[in-house]
Design a protein around this ligand. Sequence first.
Ligand code: SAM
Length: 248
Amino acid sequence: MSDKGYKVEKVLPYKKKKEGKEEQVKEMFNSISTHYDAMNRAMTMGIDVTWRRRAIKSLRKYKPKLILDVATGTADFAIEASQRLRPLKIIGIDISEKMIENGRIKVAKQGLSNVIELKKDNCLQCSYDEALFDAVTVAFGLRNFENLEKGIKEMYRVLKPGGNLVILELSEPSFLFLPFYRIYTKLIIPFMACSLRQDVKAYQYLPTTIQYFPKGKEMIALLQKCGFKEVKYRRFTFGVCSFYRALK
Ligand code: SAM
């Protein structure tokens, strides 16, 4: 990190000078919400489902009763967590109304509306009390934050002491796979988005944020700086996805 923050915070979807990252990110997710799940499955060849399951499994022994799913989007993580962890309640928050709308439809179809509540809220100024949640989860959301440190500090604030934070984030693989990965993310994914008449800018923004997002030691140091301890880090699928679990 430089004095001016993390490089990923400066990566914008639309490069509109008058709008900050948060506004642009919201606009982007609102515009891609309808086909978000289908694009996810296609881009990751369905492996994203396995990553979420592995992250959720890491929480099983803690039996969290109240979970906050940050950047919940269309609620894939919240639905899977509710089915596998059987908590009393999961609150999913997101800044994009359209992502949440689609999430609510999925939650209702699964008969989980009594367990999962989706709300419009910003993780950088979270509306919840201190030390409320047994676990906080965030899957593929952090790259989009305007202020990474502020977001992580908020997640720390709302967690109960002894509670777990679980993070999944896309990352670049080890150097052996990097050339293929760069071609895939910088050329093939935007091409797929174009063929499916999706917002191509959103799928150009994706690889740039992945490239600049802190990973491994840098991310562990950031989590520790924000107060977390016992940080565990694992790389899934040759490092294409990074998993962190940390304790308050
Ligand atoms: N967690 C979901 C999943 O596993 O598919 C959705 C991830 S999606 C790539 C990222 C989500 O982060 C978007 O829905 C976006 O609106 C949300 N987001 C970005 N910044 C946010 C913030 N500051 N607070 C809450 N949600 C945010």
